[in-house]
Design a protein around this ligand. Structure first.
Ligand SMILES: [Zn+2]
Length: 404
């Protein structure tokens, strides 16, 4: 009787009796794997477009200046997608080969764990259907991540660690002052290497538990964005329903983040949260990927008062490079927002935070970053000022905040 439920199979010279349910399971698993690869590439192709594909041309003088920079970008969501970041991708904006080609040395990797369906800048509910649940299943993430925001954060940090381990020294994780100095010495010696660490995009991934912050620290997180597109346990989002200030839990999160020597990131935070953090911070804070209302007036962007407040902490504004942040899909619009910020508070507080791979259309991918250097020259910045904006201002923040 049992034989009627078994099928004789021959695979690569191995013969075996396999039950029909097992065959069905194998076929379903194969279909799932094929679907994962087709669907995830399609989703990313639609999500992270490039307005102007390569080749990118600048004069030899501009290229030479760009090659002398240490470029640091404060935000890219490259870990969200099913790509090997050690290979040049056919989709998206950021990977290690494209970083090296565009002379981007340092990358803060945003870690998104929840994104509401119908996401918009004005008002989002935390109860909406979550797109990342679908993405995690379609991308073949481990089942433990399908129902847990915290596990999604750990999984993406682990991905970065594995890329670094496989990179043969081309990508290093910078987790403390010693790592930072080693990385900077390599760059000074002319070694073509990149570095970075993960940044949490929204503390809803803590799942209401402060102790999870310590686990994220152990996993390599060195920057914590308080909110993303909806209000959470820590407080209000710029795009939430209530847009409130820090809750008691939120204050504990800010305090513990700084005790652990991680950077507090105010991108996407409600204006009231920004006020509350500025009133209590003991360290430089950043807005990792933002625009400024002075050149692009919308709820996503920083007011002059908040630019002044963040500058007063010694932190930086990472100016983004996509239409909703700078009101135009161009490198020139990013350079204009940098000029506005520098004129308001001084060049020491201006940085770069493109938000590439963050479901945005980018004017260029990383290989074209010399075009931003060209645009900054057109804005009248000197080479020394461009050095600061493109990387050294953020290195100063890391030297002030990262643990020993
Ligand atoms: Zn973001």
């Amino acid at each position: 009787m049992i034989n009627s439920l078994l099928v004789f199979t021959s695979l690569a010279g191995i013969t075996a009796w396999v039950s029909v349910p097992v065959i069905i399971l194998i076929v379903l698993a194969l279909i799932y794997l094929i679907l994962i690869n087709i669907m995830s590439a399609q989703v990313e192709k639609r999500s992270n477009r490039v307005r102007q594909p390569p080749p990118y041309m600048v004069s030899s003088e501009v290229q030479a200046l760009h090659n002398r920079l240490l470029v640091a970008d404060l935000h890219a969501d490259a870990l969200l997608w099913k790509r090997d970041l050690l290979q040049t991708g056919r989709t998206g904006h950021v990977d290690v080969p494209r970083m090296l080609e565009g002379n981007i040395a340092f990358q803060v990797f945003g870690v998104v764990t929840k994104s509401p369906k119908g996401q918009n800048f004005e008002s989002n509910s935390s109860q909406s259907f979550d797109n990342i649940t679908l993405l995690s299943v379609l991308s073949g993430w481990p089942p433990r991540t399908w129902g847990s925001l915290f596990q999604r954060a750990l999984y993406q940090a682990r991905k970065l660690e594995q890329f670094a381990n496989r990179s043969e020294g081309k990508l290093m994780r910078v987790l403390n002052q010693k790592d930072l100095q080693i990385f900077l010495e390599h760059r000074r010696a002319g070694d073509r290497i990149t570095a970075g660490f993960p940044c949490l995009e929204g503390t809803h991934a803590l799942e209401g538990k402060l102790e999870n912050l310590d686990v994220l620290y152990e996993a390599g997180f060195r920057m914590i964005g308080l909110t993303h597109f909806f209000d959470n346990e820590a407080g209000g989002s710029a795009h939430g329903r209530e847009k409130g200030g820090l809750t008691a839990f939120g204050k504990d999160v800010v305090r513990r983040t700084q005790e652990l020597h991680m950077v507090v990131d105010l991108a996407h935070s409600s204006p009231r949260i920004i006020d509350d953090v500025l009133a209590m911070t003991t360290m430089p804070v950043v807005a990792s990927h933002t625009g400024v209302r002075g050149t692009c007036d919308n709820v996503r962007n920083l007011s002059d008062d908040h630019i002044r407040g963040i500058a007063r902490t010694g932190g930086v504004m990472g100016i983004a490079m996509f239409e909703q942040a700078v009101c135009e899909c161009s490198v020139d619009a990013t350079a204009r927002a940098m000029r506005y910020t520098a004129d308001l508070v001084g060049v020491d507080y201006v940085a770069l935070g493109c938000d590439f791979d963050g479901t945005v259309e980018a004017p260029i991918d990383y290989r074209g970053m010399a075009l931003l250097t060209e645009a900054l020259l057109k804005q009248g910045f000197s080479e020394a000022e461009i050095q600061q904006i493109m990387g050294w201002n953020f290195m100063r923040v890391l030297m002030a905040v990262l643990p020993e």
